[in-house]
Design a protein around this ligand. Structure first.
Ligand code: NAI
Length: 253
């Protein structure tokens, strides 16, 4: 049986952990040839083995989204090794919790430089590649519910994700003529190794009680949106931002 993303080439940034790692497996199971990109490719060995175990195809690629040369080289390597990129999952990102008044220039550059400038840089490079190859494609940006709402101590993160939302819309508008679709998903709190400890604390448990579905999301909860946006089922969607948050952003208080 032909799989939904049969032989499509997908590039996933920040694939060595958490949601990016999970997405790489999901895309490979859907038939895609997946370039798994991370700063340290030794951290990708177990992921590549996991994908090979079900006869999937994964290519480890070194990538630091804050380095323009690294981004250009990663896209070049994927083009040479796997061919035309059809799907970009712009997932690499990080969080830094700090009171707004304590954020210094280096803190700001780390968060905004990775989450917003880094995502823009990868999107631009892949979009240039897609137009050069003349085939179009789908760019999926990882925003967050904090791209819309705000919370304490995460101002740089929220600002960067708001930028990702607006970048999604601006690029969607300009790239439609090249048959490139640009959409985003805005997850609520998803359990990954990064936040697992926090959600074991009293404050973390209290936060979970505020989510209408009374649970954290799991990376698998994002699969439906990922496969929709990556595949042809979303052919007429561009500039959309899809919230996946168990209802977290519904309530005013
Ligand atoms: P994570 O920390 O497990 O994954 C982020 C990945 O990005 C890591 O592998 C990290 O090494 C990589 N990365 C960071 N800086 C990089 C750089 N300069 N170059 C290349 N890779 C770099 O976190 P998680 O939870 O899997 O997050 C993935 C994405 O989803 C992020 O963009 C995050 O903001 C977003 N997100 C996560 C939510 C959550 O609750 N876990 C909720 C909403 C959005």
């Amino acid at each position: 049986m032909t799989q939904p993303l049969q032989d499509r080439v997908a590039l996933v940034t920040g694939a060595s952990s958490g949601i990016g790692r999970h997405f790489a497996v999901t895309l490979a199971k859907a038939g895609a040839k997946v370039a798994v990109a991370a700063r340290r490719t030794d951290r990708l060995e177990s992921l590549v083995a996991e994908i090979a175990a079900f006869d999937g195809h994964a290519l480890p690629v070194p990538l630091d989204v804050t380095d323009p040369d690294s981004v250009a080289e990663a896209v070049r390597v994927v083009e040479v090794e796997l061919g035309a990129i059809g799907v970009l999952v712009n997932n690499a990102g990080l969080v830094q919790a700090k009171p707004a008044l304590e954020i210094d220039e280096a803190d700001w550059e780390l968060v905004v430089g990775t989450n917003l400038t880094g995502a823009w840089r990868v999107a631009r490079e892949v979009a240039r590649h897609m137009t050069r190859m003349g085939h179009g494609g789908s760019i999926i940006n990882m925003a967050s519910i904090l791209g819309e709402g705000v919370t304490n101590q995460l101002s740089s993160y929220a600002i960067s994700k708001a930028g990702v939302v607006q970048m999604t819309r601006a690029l969607a508008l300009e790239l439609a003529r090249y048959n490139i679709r640009v959409n985003a998903m805005a997850p609520g709190y998803i359990a990954t190794e990064l936040n697992r400890d926090y959600f074991e604390t009293d404050a973390g448990k209290a936060l979970i009680r505020k989510i209408p579905q009374r649970r954290l999301g799991q990376p698998e909860d994002l699969d439906g949106t990922l496969l929709l946006l990556a595949g042809d089922g979303s052919a007429f969607m561009t500039g959309s931002v899809i919230t996946v948050d168990g209802g977290h952003t519904l309530a005013i208080a």
